[in-house]
Design a protein around this ligand. Structure first.
Ligand SMILES: [Zn+2]
Length: 226
């Protein structure tokens, strides 16, 4: 059996989905790859997900984080990988991505530079603690031609919600404060770390704390720097 490849339609639909979420929310998004043992085909599953988006001093919004849980799958379905968006950022595996992948054997595709056509793709496979970059994308997907925004199911878009995170709001309004940091207690610790993350992009520190505060949830850093 050869490794299941994503069909051209699938990858173009997924890029269409990432494009829509980027243009609506400036947020990352993710799709899970599932192997259906009955049909012997790859299926796409879009989990419920929450993107966190920040706003720069100049009013530009940028992706900070994406959190989702693996939904329960049917007996005939097997999780084989995931695809996630880096919005305008380059396609590569960030520190957070690598940390997440360590617990998730399979195929990991990253789509970056979403404004461009074609966008950037990055692919790695993890297995038993090892991690391999897949340079030849033909091994994992049919050739991409053009995104399919018109073929994105409404249900996919409905799975995505976005939380705005703003440093100034965070300080002035306790109500916004609670809303602004989903799953995070409104504490000065998070405040300090988030500020550090914004200024120094100290993602590993933020990731560690996020992981501790919301166990069982996967996080992808948005502005991912190594
Ligand atoms: Zn990532």
């Amino acid at each position: 059996m050869s490794y299941p490849r994503l069909t051209r339609q699938m990858i173009e639909q997924v890029v269409g989905f990432f494009d829509i979420i980027a243009s609506y929310y400036d947020s990352e998004a993710a799709v899970l790859l599932v192997w259906n043992r009955d049909t012997r085909q790859v299926e796409l599953v879009v989990p419920k997900q929450v993107g966190t988006v920040g706003t720069s001093y100049y009013g530009n919004r940028y992706p900070l984080d994406l959190a989702y849980e693996i939904p329960p799958l049917a007996k005939h379905q097997m999780l084989i990988g995931d695809i996630h968006s880096h919005v305008d950022g380059p396609a590569y595996a960030s520190w957070t991505d690598k940390a997440d992948e360590a617990y998730r054997p399979g195929l990991h595709l990253v789509v970056g530079r979403i404004q461009q056509e074609p966008p950037e793709f990055y692919c790695a496979v993890t297995a038993d603690g090892g991690r391999f970059e897949v340079k030849d994308l033909k091994l994992v997907m049919e050739s991409y031609q053009e995104r399919r925004r018109n073929e994105v199911p409404e249900e996919w878009i409905d799975q995505v919600s976005v939380e705005e995170w703003s440093l100034s709001k965070h300080h002035t309004s306790p109500e916004t404060e609670r809303k602004a940091a989903p799953g995070m207690p409104a504490s000065s610790t998070f405040d300090d770390i988030a500020a550090t993350r914004r200024e120094a992009e100290d993602l590993p520190a933020a990731k560690t704390v996020a992981g501790l505060l919301t166990p069982g949830t996967l996080h992808h850093g948005g502005q991912e720097n190594e």
